[in-house]
Design a protein. Structure first.
Length: 283
């Protein structure tokens, strides 16, 4: 594991001294979140080019501020961030090969596409980073795990760090084989949390609560507990223990959730299934 060493001030400074434009290929939910994060950090729209066949009204409006929308020429970019669906990668990536200058770094946030796949389409000398963000990036609270190939320089890595940190925390790893587990934990993880809120509301209805009240209680409880976890220096086990009085109601519930076939066993199986599927998709 490679620990992050960049502060927010470092990231802002890096983006303020770009060696070339930033090209975003695909401006859907995740690409759009990255774009908004860059603009929030003060990146000048004139330094950004976006390739998106169906741009949102917000992105189209940025063209009036100097953002280049669907330009014919994207050569000379400092970084190209690829945020398209992995299914269209074989079609999209070869078109980018000509735009890769010796000092351009390409960042892929396509799930299931390893560095070897990218190098096969872009050439063995391409500086490549594979990254896996998650959907809380939409509110600047995501977490991204990234791995770089040997062609990525220290300066390029600093640039990628700054671009990814615009939407949340960033962790770097040296072993790409960990990415399937990363995807299963943090990439897919928000869905598990949303399922928890959904299931908690349904359990409240089964216990006799009106559906609208059960939904509000579950939503605010999950959101509030997540914020407490975010702000507290305590580990999750300690926070759980702080809620649990011996012989009380929470302890009765946890006996079920932590018993045989309970939450930990189910989640371990779920993460293993997601990681296995990731390996299958990567071929």
């Amino acid at each position: 594991m490679i620990s992050p060493t960049h502060s927010p001030a470092d990231n802002r400074r890096t983006l303020a001294h770009l060696p070339g434009p930033i090209v975003l290929v695909g401006a859907g939910k995740m690409g759009g979140a990255l774009l908004q994060g860059w603009l929030a950090l003060g990146l000048d729209p004139k330094t950004i080019a976006v390739a998106e066949p169906q741009p949102s009204p917000e992105i189209a409006a940025l063209a009036a501020r100097g953002l280049r929308l669907n330009p014919e020429n994207t050569s000379g970019a400092a970084a190209i961030v690829v945020a398209v669906k992995p299914q269209i990668a074989p079609e999209a990536l070869p078109r980018l090969a000509a735009a890769l200058a010796p000092d351009t770094v390409l960042v892929s946030i396509m799930a299931g596409r390893p560095l070897a796949f990218l190098a096969q389409l872009l050439g063995p000398q391409a500086a490549l980073v594979r990254a896996m963000p998650n959907t809380p990036a939409a509110i600047g609270r995501g977490i991204t795990v990234a791995v770089a190939n040997a062609q990525v320089s220290a300066a390029q890595r600093e640039l990628v760090q700054a671009l990814l940190a615009a939407v949340g925390a960033v962790e770097w790893i040296a072993d790409e084989t960990l990415m399937d587990a990363v995807t299963a934990v943090s990439g897919s993880g928000p869905a598990y949390v949303f399922l928890l809120a959904e299931a908690l509301a349904q359990a409240g209805v089964a216990a006799g609560l009106p559906p609208d009240l059960a939904a509000r209680l579950a939503r605010e409880t999950v959101a509030g507990a997540g914020e407490l976890l975010h702000r507290s220096p305590l580990d999750p086990a300690t926070l759980r223990q702080n809620v649990t009085s011996p012989g009380g109601t929470t302890a009765a519930a946890l006996e079920v959730l932590m018993g045989p076939g309970g939450f930990q066993e189910l989640l371990t199986r779920a993460v293993a299934a997601a990681a296995r599927r990731g390996r299958e998709l990567a071929g």
